[in-house]
Every structure is written in structure tokens, then in C-alpha cells.
Design a protein around this ligand. Structure first.
Ligand code: FAD
Length: 292
């Protein structure tokens, strides 16, 4: 199908883009890599009066470090994030997850900001931002807001982003070297959206877990930490087999799996249990946990 008619604007500055968004609000759509917006338009699932292309705005794709945090511009392409030395050194979870995102051609155009704004429940990157305690920085003519990832994702395809706001960058704290990270997923084929994905971070001091963050992708309506599962792993060896079994047994009580579609909630829970056990066992091997 062809998209509906729309006006096309290609602002050269953020100020110009924000003025357009302020003028048109919910009648406007921001275009980043177009990997979701273009199919959405072609399927006529959205009919914006104007498409605001942010690809000419300078500095929206910068990836930088100030020693305390890594800042990734909203328009940074998936492949640029994946190959960034800052990301590979300090955010191995993000790099591991990006290996699972779609295919090379889509990763060449798709952007971090686009993936977060879309908030597809099956997407890997929203779960990573929650697990890594990232802050999403948004701008409008009213000013700048920083929203923690935990507060950003509201429901399926729904975020805290207001209609006059653009995501400008995402700030990720640099954690100390005691942290181990692992992202893995189960999908039908390499590059497909996940049936279930898991972002797992554990701070291990003298082999004992002192902090833990567990966030699933593709399982619930939106990514969130699961404290009931996290608590199970605190105070013991990360891959303590008894704790793995306790966590698997608790899954059905603490996860509300997506309904609808061709996968039953019971099957999704089964996949979650097996994925959780696999990821935790992998995390016990420091090489697996930090290497890419
Ligand atoms: P666009 O398509 O340009 O925009 C997407 C939405 O975000 C639009 O609503 C747009 O208005 C809004 N938006 C974009 N940028 C901003 C911004 N800075 N501020 C505010 N709003 C903004 N993703 C996965 O996570 N995992 C997968 O396995 C996966 N597989 C895919 C397979 C296929 C065949 C395709 C086509 C896509 C797949 N994707 C997958 C999605 C892809 O990775 C992109 O991340 C995602 O589509 C966002 O695309 P984009 O960055 O091009 O944004």
C-alpha cells in the first residue's frame, strides 16, 4: 500500500523541529529511521498531516562519555551504537541485545530513540534501558525533561512522551566493575522479534549477588523490573541452582504474560522459565557475562 498524503518537513535545527511539532502536535509524526513509521504509514495505521524528518538536525546521533555516563543521541543508528567503543566497554548489555535486533539493513537505519518512542513490547532496547537505569531526555518548546526509563514506558505502544516532545538523547550510568550483564532471547528465527527476551544485571561482590535487576522483553505489555524475582538471587552465588529453581517456580505468580496472538500465555511463561535459567547460568561465567 501507499501512505496517505502528508506534508513533509526537513528542519535543519532542533528549534525548527520543535516549533513544527508545537504547531501541529498530534497531527505530526517524527521520522527518524522510518523502520516502523514508514510501514505504519503504508498500512494507514496513522494519518499524520505532517511528517517531521529529524535526519538533518545536527548532533542528534552523538555517542559520548563523561566518565560517569554514556550519552547516546536519539538518532544514533542501531549499528553505530553496537559498534561504539563506549558501548562495547561500558554497556555490554546493550551491545548483546542489539545483536538480536532485526537484520543488518534495519540496524543501519533504525534508531535508539525511534525504538523507545515506539515502545513495542517485544523490542529489546526498551527492556535494556530499564535494566540499565537509563534516563530518557526529551525536549519541547516548554523545556527539557529527564524521564527514568522505569517511568517512560506506560503500556503497549504507549510512553510518557507528550505530543510536542522529541527524544534528544538517552543517558546510561556507567556501573562499577562488579556488575555482570547478560541479554539473551528466544525467537523463532534470528532477527525476529523475541517471544521472550531477558535483560539481567547482577552486582557480584566476592561471588555473592548484592544487587540484581531483571527485565523481560516480549512478555508483558511494557518492560519493568521484577523485584520478586530479583530478591531471590540476592546474597547467594549468582547461579545457585536452588535459587534458579525457586525463581522458575515464582514466574507464574509474578509475570502477567501478554494475551492474544498465536502464543498462549502458558507457553510464554514456559519460555520465560527456560530463558531465565539459561541467562543466570551464563552469567556465572564472567566471560559470557561481559564479553560480546
Ligand atoms: P521511526 O520508524 O522513524 O519512528 C518510529 C516511531 O518513533 C514513530 O512513531 C516516530 O514518530 C517516533 N520517533 C522516532 N524518533 C523519535 C524521537 N527522537 N523522538 C520522538 N519520537 C520519535 N526492533 C526490535 O527491537 N527488535 C527486532 O527484532 C526488530 N525487528 C524488526 C524487523 C523488521 C522487518 C523491521 C522493519 C523492524 C524491526 N524492528 C525491530 C524495529 C527497528 O529496530 C526500529 O528500531 C524501530 O522500528 C524504530 O525505527 P526507527 O528508529 O526507524 O524510527
Amino acid at each position: 500500500m501507499k501512505p496517505p498524503r502528508f506534508e513533509y518537513a526537513c528542519p535543519q535545527s532542533l528549534t525548527e523541529a520543535l516549533d513544527l511539532l508545537d504547531e501541529h502536535k498530534s497531527n505530526a509524526a517524527v521520522l527518524a529511521g522510518g523502520q516502523s513509521l514508514v510501514p505504519i504509514l503504508n498500512l494507514r495505521m496513522a494519518k499524520p498531516a505532517i511528517v517531521i524528518d529529524i535526519n538533518r538536525i545536527p548532533d542528534l546521533d552523538t555517542i559520548s562519555s563523561n566518565g560517569r555516563q554514556i550519552s547516546i543521541g536519539a538518532r544514533a543508528r542501531h549499528n553505530d551504537v553496537l559498534r561504539s567503543p563506549h558501548v562495547r566497554l561500558h554497556l555490554p548489555l546493550l551491545a548483546q541485545a542489539l545483536e538480536h535486533v532485526a537484520h543488518e539493513a534495519i540496524r543501519n537505519r533504525g534508531t535508539l530513540g525511534g525504538s523507545l518512542a515506539l515502545a513495542d513490547p517485544a523490542a529489546e532496547l526498551p527492556a535494556c534501558t530499564v535494566c540499565l537505569d537509563a534516563e530518557i531526555v526529551v525536549r519541547s518548546n516548554r523545556g527539557e525533561r529527564k524521564i527514568t526509563a522505569s517511568d517512560f514506558f506506560k503500556r503497549i505502544y504507549s510512553t510518557a512522551l507528550e505530543e510536542d516532545e522529541i527524544i534528544t538523547r538517552i543517558d546510561f550510568p556507567i556501573e562499577d566493575s562488579f556488575w555482570r550483564f547478560r541479554f539473551d532471547e528466544i525467537a523463532r528465527r534470528q532477527g525476529d522479534f523475541a517471544i521472550a527476551g531477558l535483560a539481567f544485571a547482577a552486582r557480584c561482590d566476592e561471588a555473592k549477588v548484592t544487587e540484581c535487576r531483571i527485565v523481560f522483553a516480549g512478555v508483558e505489555e511494557s518492560p519493568r523490573r521484577i523485584p520478586e524475582l530479583e530478591e531471590i538471587f540476592i546474597g547467594a552465588n549468582v547461579a545457585d541452582e536452588e535459587n534458579i529453581q525457586r525463581a522458575k517456580a515464582a514466574v507464574a505468580d509474578v509475570i502477567e504474560p501478554l494475551t492474544g496472538g498465536e502464543l498462549s500465555p502458558a507457553y510464554r511463561l514456559h519460555v520465560v522459565r527456560e530463558l531465565l535459567a539459561r541467562v543466570v547460568r551464563d552469567l556465572a561465567h564472567p566471560d559470557m557475562a561481559r564479553s560480546l
